[in-house]
Write a protein that binds this ligand. Sequence first.
Ligand SMILES: Cc1cc2nc3c(=O)[nH]c(=O)nc-3n(C[C@H](O)[C@H](O)[C@H](O)COP(=O)(O)O)c2cc1C
Length: 326
Amino acid sequence: MKTIPTPFTKQLKIDLPIIAAPMFLVSNEDIVVEASNAGALGAFPALNYRPIEQYSEALKAMRARTQKPIGVNIIVNKSNTRQSEDLKYALEAGVELFITSLGSPREVIAQAHKQGAKVYCDVTNLEHALKVEDMGADGVIAVGQGAGGHAGPISPLVLIPWLKTRLKIPVVAAGGISHGAAMAACLTLGADAVSVGTRFIACREARIDQAYKDAVVKATPEDIVMTSRVSGTPAAVIRTPYIDKVGTELPWAVRRLKEHKLTKKYAVPLIHLFGMRSLEESASKPSWKTVWSAGQSVGLIDEILSVREILQKMVREYEEAKTRLT
Ligand SMILES: Cc1cc2nc3c(=O)[nH]c(=O)nc-3n(C[C@H](O)[C@H](O)[C@H](O)COP(=O)(O)O)c2cc1C
């Protein structure tokens, strides 16, 4: 496949400025290995493998199938009690890229740098981006409006150039990118790479319920709604009869428990637990309680392809978009 060199590809020694983004319940060994072997960088959330022994096995299996750089996403807030083990096993397996989300990346940066691994931190605004740059992050992932997962509030059209005005480290654009023209747009705005999640839900290698993949192919951008019911913080999901029935806000009593200083420490993990359980059930088998996580780029996804085909198509579309500009 073609190479598209940027500061990001040079830093990570890869061919394409594309991360197959970490996705809870969706990312797996095949997606990571296929993406990295095709010249992009496959990444996955450490927590997709539970218990920890399975995570360690998965890392070994991926390493046996690719010598190309791979990435691990570590949730760096208190809800993740496995943080230090997640980091330790990944470093032992020689993981090249860490993606941190939802907390302070200080410890990950310190440990990863001892082994020459790079750390990119999810950010949604300039203040947080400057903070992680100060801590020594190698780059940021600018999560904009329309993204799957915990989308940021700012349009990528503004977020990317805004971060570029002040940051010295590379910026990776995330949110709504499923087409090569969007990648060309992001690189034109100053991004050094793109991080693509939703597009890979509808890939052959994903071992999720077929109905979830079909829903991604069928959905329009208007079907994506933000709900606080999954984790307590707004997250993007596909609108289904179940979402319509339960609404997108936490019930009033749960909100009170979450906000009260005496109860919030118990309420927040419980909201997480129930939210993750409903995501897990919906992703793996038919369920009337359907909660399917996805971003607005569902509107541009119209077929299920292999990881390699998705990347080849994006590169083709990127080249076509470039010729339109000239
Ligand atoms: C199904 C799904 C699960 C996700 N899970 C995680 C996760 O566990 N950790 C994380 O940092 N980001 C997660 N994300 C966000 C992605 O890593 C990435 O930032 C996002 O998908 C980019 O936007 P896009 O979906 O519009 O391409 C998830 C996104 C989706 C769609």
